[in-house]
Design a protein around this ligand. Structure first.
Ligand code: ASP
Length: 583
């Protein structure tokens, strides 16, 4: 037996018992005649004492050879600690050691195994197994486990069946880029890793499974943005005989259960907002609604007063900042510069100060009277003491830019409080979006999403006006999940494929299996998938998803610990029929 207890459990009630502990050396304090060693495992830290007067000489001498991260086993007696440490679970006791076994020595670790480590991220990633020994990462992984257990229990109790779907599937050009796996046995042919189990979960519904879920890895070969992983985990779900409202109610239940269980935070009902409202009022399809700053459209009030910039633009829109009138001109100029930077790309920013003394001052005073400005203040819900920021331009672009400005100001003013959870359903997404490069429509969610019944008539004449039975769950401005009610009719599915540019032949080649399945009594069905990595990170009150993944990839999609991706042997390439010199 290498241990009788773990390093986090001994208390004053254990005093005088003889125990065996195993773990890593966290810290050594050598006072000459007495040596204190902190021993650590997943459960905590216990203080060991090697006392020249009371510890056998051989053991005391051996303690001198210890160093950080050695793996040791000790036996000894639990004694009362003189200076108690209330911060530590085991802070009331220490172990007077009489036997020490060095189970494995350790080189000096490349960074300190402390909460505030001296290791930079790259170094910590290279030695991730050491990083995992730190409280933060260990606790994050345990936290993730708790969340997934809650998800499993909840869905299991609701009758959902956990079913595995294949990882080696077929490449299709829709959606993001696939990761490709060459097939040795079928030379010149390739599998793809799933971007999601979408078609499989639908086939499970055709198969009558009724309620499915899976906590599943998905793979997307996309250009990496900050905090995006090429492989990530979804809580993937599908249900039969449901409409949109049924799905939202079901998964609102799951998410509010998680927030209550994990954060002890009760949320009654998630608000809903259509995609059009979200864009119009917040310039984003995933608005952060923890704070106001809702947009006001002043186009009609601001045009035709001789200000050329406004007169020639499609939309003039702004929002008010509470107590913003006290912001200095210098500070305002900083925002003007911010909005003009290439990532945002606005041409300029108009401001109005609604002073405490009820006077109004703006950057366009030459063209507008105080009465005009008061009209604007009404529309943007500004009061005396507030500041209004206004942008103008092409509608879609301008709303997006104003949305970015809104978030940046909220960030600066500490309005994005991580202790608040503000979930929101965004519904009625457009079915299609025009892709200028490819000169064709793309499915906004995916091509299996059903159009709204009342918009079916527009499918041929105004495809971009058709709304989908598609919804996203947004929490604090992050897209946490998305799903839709699916098409279950072979003819409509074919029509949808045609709309996104697939000929009947191509549709048959790529999705013949699904079109075929729909001819054998496919039930109405729908579902959703949540991004587990981000959900866990948000529930954990953090921002970096890498901190909640055991072995994450870096921002260039590399695993720098195992050094992957990597070259493979020429013989391996040959075997796969992939001789790069051949063609
Ligand atoms: N498969 C979809 C996705 O990965 C989610 C869904 O529609 O259920 O986004």
């Amino acid at each position: 037996m290498l241990r009788s207890h773990n390093c986090g459990e001994l208390k004053s009630t254990d005093i005088n018992t003889t125990v065996a502990l195993s773990g890593w050396v966290q810290k050594i304090r050598d006072k000459g005649f007495i040596i204190w060693v902190d021993i650590r495992d997943r459960y905590g830290i216990t203080q060991l004492v090697f006392d020249e007067a009371r510890t056998p000489k051989k053991v005391f001498d051996s303690a001198r050879n210890l160093s950080r991260e050695f793996v040791i086993q000790i036996k000894g007696q639990v004694i009362e600690r003189e200076s108690k440490n209330n911060e530590l679970l085991t802070g009331a006791i220490e172990i007077l050691v009489n036997e020490l076994n060095i189970l494995n020595p350790s080189e000096i670790p490349p960074f300190t195994i402390e909460d505030k480590t001296d290791g930079g991220e790259e170094l910590r990633m290279k030695y991730r197994y050491l990083d995992i020994r730190r409280n933060t990462i260990r606790d994050n992984l345990i936290f993730r486990h708790k969340v997934t257990m809650e998800v499993r229990n909840y869905l299991n109790n609701q009758g959902f069946i956990d079913i595995e779907t294949p990882y080696l599937i077929k490449s299709t050009p829709e959606g993001a880029r696939d990761f490709i796996v060459p097939s040795r046995m079928n030379s010149g042919q390739f599998y793809a890793l799933p971007q999601s189990p979408q078609t499989f979960k639908q086939l499970l519904m055709v198969g009558g499974m009724d309620r499915y879920f899976q906590i599943v890895k998905c793979f997307r070969d996309e250009d990496l943005r900050a905090d995006r992983q090429p492989e990530f985990t979804q809580i993937d779900c599908e249900m039969s005989f449901v409409n949109q409202e049924d799905v939202l109610t079901q998964f609102e239940g799951l998410i509010s259960h998680l927030i209550l269980k994990i954060k002890n935070y009760k949320i009654d009902k998630f608000p809903k907002m259509t995609y059009d409202e979200a864009i119009k009022n917040y310039g984003s399809d995933k608005p952060d609604i923890r704070f106001g700053m809702k947009f006001g459209n002043i186009t009609d009030k601001a045009k035709g007063k001789g200000f050329n910039v406004f007169d020639s633009e499609e939309i003039i829109v702004g929002f008010s900042i509470k107590k913003g009138a006290s912001i200095s001109r210098k500070e305002i100029d900083k925002w003007v510069d911010w909005i003009k930077k290439p990532q945002i790309g606005a041409k300029g920013l108009v401001w109005v100060k609604y002073n405490e003394d009820h006077t109004l001052k703006s950057s366009v005073d030459k063209f507008y009277t105080e009465n005009d400005l008061i009209e604007w203040a009404k529309i943007t819900k500004a009061d005396s003491g507030d500041l209004i920021f206004i942008l103008s331009g092409e509608t879609k672009k301008t709303l997006k830019q104003l949305g970015e400005l809104r978030l940046a100001i909220a960030e600066k003013n500490n309005l994005r409080n991580p202790d608040i959870f503000a979930p929101l359903w965004v519904t009625d997404f457009p079915l299609l979006e025009w892709n200028e490069e490819a000169k064709r429509y793309h499915a906004m969610h995916h091509p299996f999403t059903s159009p709204k019944k009342e918009d079916l008539g527009l499918l041929k004449s105004f495809p971009e006006k058709v709304r989908a039975n598609a919804y996203d769950l947004v929490i604090n401005g992050n897209e946490i999940g998305g799903g839709s009610i699916r098409i279950h009719d072979s003819k409509l599915q074919k029509e949808m494929f045609n709309l996104i540019g697939l000929s009947n032949k191509e549709a048959q080649e790529q999705f013949g299996f699904l079109l075929g399945a729909f001819k054998f009594g496919a039930p109405p069905h729908g579902g959703i998938a949540f991004g587990l990595d981000r959900l866990v990170t948000i529930l954990g009150g953090e921002e970096t998803i890498r901190d909640f993944i055991a072995f994450p990839k870096n921002n260039s999609g590399r695993d720098i610990m195992i050094d992957s991706p990597s070259m493979i042997e020429k013989s391996q390439l040959n075997e796969l029929g992939l001789d790069l010199n051949k063609s």
